[in-house]
Ligand binder design. Structure first.
Ligand code: CAA
Length: 256
C-alpha cells in the first residue's frame, strides 16, 4: 500500500516537473523569441549565447531565463556547458539548435575563413549541441530535437554558398536523427524560416533587402514569434508523430 502511495507521489511529482529546454543563440533574434515562448509554455529554459554579455544580462533580467556562454563551434565547450545546464536544471528534454552566423560574399570573393567559420558554427555547431545530450535522451526515451535551418538551405542564395550549405546540411541531420531516434521516443525536425525581421536580415544592404521583400508574397518580413510558435508546436506532445519533417515559414516565398 505504502509503495503504491509513494509511486503515486513520485508520479505526481514527475507530472508537475517542468520539461527542460535549451536554446542555442537563445538571447537574441529568433532564439530570443523561442526562449520566451517556451518559457511561457511552462518549460524550464536555458539560453546560450556566444559573445554579447550585455545583451544576455539584459535578457536574463527581463525574462528570468538563465543564460550560458559558450561557443557552439567548440565540442568540448559545448559538452561542458550542456553538463552544467543539466546539473542546474535537470536533463534536457528539448534542444533547439538555433545559433547561426552569416559571412556573406559572392563565391569568387568568399575566403576559406568565411567558409570555415560558417560551417563550424552552423553545421558542426548542431552536432556539438545535440551529440553530448543524445545518449541521455535515448536512455530516458524522450527527446525533441529542433534545428533552425533556413529558406536558403532549401533554395540556395546569392553570396551564401557557405550558409546555404550548412542549412541544407541541417536537413540531412534531422532526417537521419529522426530515423535513429524514433524508437527511443525522440523526434528531430527542422524549421526553415524565410526572411525574418532580425539583426541578421537587417544587416543586409537596404536595397538588397527591399528586393528580397518584393519576392515575398505576404509582402513583409516574418516576425521571430512566428518561428517560435512552430518550435512550441514541434516540442509538444501533440507533435509526437512528426519526425524528420521540415516546417517552412517563409510567407510563400518558396515552396518545397
Ligand atoms: N541576386 C543577383 N545578384 C545579386 C544579388 C542577388 N541576390 N545580390 C547582389 N547581387 C549583385 C549586385 O547587384 C551586384 O551586381 P553588379 O556587380 O552588377 O552591380 C553584385 O551582385 C554585387 O557584387 P559585389 O562585388 O559588389 O558584392 P559585394 O562583395 O559587395 O557583396 C553582398 C555584396 C554581400 C552580396 C550583399 O549584396 C548582400 O549581403 N547580399 C544579401 C545576401 C543575402 O541575401 N543574405 C541573406 C542574409 S539573411 C539570412 O541569411 C537569414 C536567412 O536564413 C534567410
Amino acid at each position: 500500500m505504502s509503495n503504491d502511495v509513494s509511486k503515486d507521489i513520485s508520479h505526481d511529482w514527475r507530472m508537475k516537473m517542468a520539461k527542460v529546454a535549451l536554446v542555442t543563440g537563445g538571447s537574441r533574434g529568433i532564439g530570443e523569441a523561442i526562449s520566451k515562448a517556451l518559457k511561457a509554455e511552462g518549460y524550464e529554459v536555458a539560453a546560450t549565447y556566444a559573445g554579447n554579455d550585455e545583451k544576455a544580462a539584459k535578457f536574463t533580467e527581463e525574462t528570468g531565463i538563465k543564460t550560458y556562454k559558450w561557443n557552439v563551434a567548440d565540442y568540448e565547450a559545448s559538452k561542458q556547458g550542456l553538463a552544467q545546464v543539466e546539473a542546474d536544471l535537470g536533463p534536457i528534454d528539448v534542444v533547439v539548435a538555433n545559433a547561426g552566423i552569416t559571412r556573406d560574399a559572392p563565391f569568387h570573393k568568399m575566403t576559406p575563413d568565411q567558409w570555415k567559420e560558417v560551417i563550424d558554427t552552423n553545421l558542426t555547431g548542431v552536432f556539438n549541441t545535440v551529440h553530448p545530450i543524445w545518449p541521455g535522451m535515448r536512455e530516458r526515451k524522450f527527446g525533441r530535437v529542433i534545428v533552425i535551418s533556413s529558406i536558403n538551405g532549401q533554395k540556395g542564395q546569392f553570396a551564401q554558398v557557405n550558409y546555404a550549405a550548412t542549412k541544407a546540411g541541417d536537413l540531412g541531420i534531422i532526417k537521419s536523427l529522426a530515423q535513429e531516434g524514433a524508437r527511443a521516443g525522440i523526434t528531430a525536425n527542422a524549421i526553415c524560416p524565410g526572411y525574418i525581421a532580425t539583426e541578421m536580415v537587417m544587416a543586409v544592404p537596404e536595397k538588397v533587402r527591399d528586393s528580397i521583400v518584393a519576392q515575398i508574397p505576404t509582402g513583409r518580413l516574418g516576425e521571430p514569434e512566428e518561428i517560435a510558435r512552430c518550435v512550441v508546436f514541434l516540442a509538444s506532445d501533440d507533435a509526437g508523430f512528426i519526425n524528420g519533417s521540415t516546417i517552412s515559414a517563409n510567407g510563400g516565398q518558396f515552396f518545397v
